[in-house]
Design a protein around this ligand. Structure first.
Ligand code: HSE
Length: 399
């Protein structure tokens, strides 16, 4: 029998308990022993939960219990979750998590502790919710040099955009819906301002490129300043607005990462990723482009990934050896301004002025204001030329 504990009984923690209970027989069959949920750590009592008898309030109960093998950390944040994870790994417990903030900021250190103690620190649920993407990327695509990884990494903002575009729902109402369905972070600013997507692109880039990309080094723009007018102009011209995280290996070998709303051509696969779904593209030098698609947030999809990691940890009592990345090195990280791309602008200027500043642009809208897509050039040059116009809105174009 394998004894497990859950730390944090919020949406994901409750989902983990549900999935273990719902699928106990097949889980036992697959790993060759029953999984026994022994403790749930939370500050609340949950008297109406079917798992109320498992609730404990003291972390010491779990960390000092020699019977506990695997702990699921679903507390979130990089505060107490960091302390508990460090102590659990040091006490030679396997830890699995859905906590993207902790993995993005402290993952390297925690993986080092896990390596030192010969236990696993696994975090498939931290990116893409229920989508298997991290393990396929560092395992099944291990024979590739990864050139680029990008995609829709936040379910809440994708849900909001879908509801606004297809349901005619206002931003605030769409956000409330996403919160009520358990998609949003405790503080939804992290979703709306792009910080959650930023943490996820950092984790993907850490694994894809083998070097630490810290969230504070990744330029991040969310959807709070997005104007519906640009969404409508884009839609009419065959482009969908998507919040994308992107990390790419430049010709100079450096890694460039950023998060921003993009216009995506409607025939491109991730353009049709709607609602809470995520779509993640990985480009390898042997495989070409691979897309991972599925539910990016929510109780049971996220719990599905956490429980998968718990089972993996239970089966690999010795640490999996192929997870990790090097310490942050400024020389390896490039400024996204050096990247070449096209951009969408909505401006107050006249057509002849636009043609002067951005020759060969594609005009999408020409009424009270003009909206256009530039030709491709380095972002630094786009930023310089943009100063010569009266810009109302700007969006990246996915090349
Ligand atoms: N708030 C996150 C999202 C949860 O909406 O994608 C899943 O990480």
């Amino acid at each position: 029998m394998i004894n497990v504990a859950i730390m944090g009984f919020g949406t994901v923690g409750q989902g983990v308990a549900d999935v273990i209970a719902m699928n106990c027989e097949l889980i036992e069959k697959r790993i060759g022993q029953p999984v026994h949920l022994k403790y749930i750590l939370d500050i609340h009592d949950f008297p109406n939960s079917p798992f109320s008898d498992k609730i404990v309030h003291d972390f010491e109960t779990i960390v000092h219990d020699p019977e506990i093998d695997v702990i699921a950390e679903t507390i979130g944040g990089a505060g107490i979750a960091y302390e508990y994870t460090k102590r659990a790994l040091t006490a030679k417990k396997h830890v699995v998590t859905s906590n993207k903030e902790l993995v993005a900021t402290k993952g390297r250190e925690l993986l080092e502790i896990a390596a030192d103690k010969n236990v696993n620190y696994l975090f498939e649920a931290a990116v893409g919710g229920g989508i298997p993407v991290l393990r396929p990327m560092f395992q099944c695509l291990a024979g590739n040099r990864i050139e680029e990884v990008f995609g829709i990494l936040n379910g809440t903002t994708n849900y909001i955009l879908s509801r606004m575009v297809h349901g005619g729902v206002a931003f605030d109402a769409a956000l409330k819906e996403a919160q009520s369905m358990g998609y949003a972070e405790k503080d939804p600013t992290a979703d709306v301002e792009g910080h959650d997507a930023c943490r996820k692109i950092c984790i993907l880039a850490d694994l894809a490129f083998g070097c630490e990309i810290l969230p504070e080094c990744v330029p991040t723009t969310g959807i709070s300043h997005l104007n519906l007018k640009d969404v409508e102009i884009g839609e009419k011209a065959g482009w969908h607005v998507k919040l994308l995280g992107r990390a790419v290996r430049g010709a100079d070998g450096k890694v460039y990462a950023y998060v921003a709303p993009h216009l995506v051509e409607e025939h491109y696969p991730i353009a049709s990723v709607e609602d809470v779904f995520n779509g993640i593209m990985v480009r390898g030098n042997a495989v070409g482009e691979v897309m991972f698609y599925g539910p990016g947030a929510g109780k049971l999809p996220t719990a599905s990934a956490v429980v998968g990691d718990m089972m993996d940890a239970a089966q690999h009592k010795n640490r999996r050896r192929n997870i990790g990345w090097a310490a942050y090195d400024q020389a390896v990280i490039g400024e996204p301004e050096a990247l070449s791309m096209r951009c969408y602008f909505r401006v107050k200027d006249r057509l002849d002025r636009i043609e002067e500043v951005f020759p060969k642009s594609e005009i999408l809208y020409d009424e009270d204001e003009i909206a256009f897509i530039t030709s491709e050039m380095p972002l630094s040059e786009l930023n310089e030329r943009e100063k010569l116009l009266q810009v109302c809105a700007k969006l990246c174009i996915l090349n």
